[in-house]
Design a binder for this molecule. Sequence first.
Ligand SMILES: [Zn+2]
Length: 208
Amino acid sequence: MFNNIAIAAKLLANDKKKVLILDMDGHFGNGTYELTKESNDIFYWSLHEFGKNIYPQCGDIDYVGVGPGKGYSINIPLPQGVGDDLYMEVFNRFLPFAKNFKPDIVGVSAGFDAHKDDFVLNLKLTDNSFYEIGKILSENFGNVFAVLEGGYNLDVLQGSISNFIKGINQQPIESKMERTTTNPRIITALEPKLVTLEDTIHQIKKSE
Ligand SMILES: [Zn+2]
């Protein structure tokens, strides 16, 4: 088994390119993190479901990189039940950290198992979020490539992929669905973690 995105990022980094990996698969990319955590040429950014029974049972906010790579990883652990509203709010909130890194190229771990109808995870995204992520990436970054990862409900996977690509190409969304919302209790419970993560990254940057 090969970790395509990490291999691509390492090759690009060897070529003196700065690479942002956005991992939108609903699982934490523990392999990618392990392979990139000590690098400051590769910035790893993942949003994923996090909980006791969720593979790989790690990827909390303290996974911020190691040694020279400290501050070059941002991992956002989401509780089950997160919908389009909170997911995109969190995405946009942490986007400036990714932009400040000024990557030459963005590689996307394009997994779609955060979809509300996926069987494996308990996040509640619709294609609206995948479309928006694609659009935001193409509006903010010059070079974007993607590697297909998870997505286990084949009835919805095709729509997720094509809407993500529509977003990247800044074309109209194919199948707009009603945006899913998150229980306010989940939003309140997550907030202190997000603040701690922001503070941690700011502190690391300040001490650099
Ligand atoms: Zn996954």
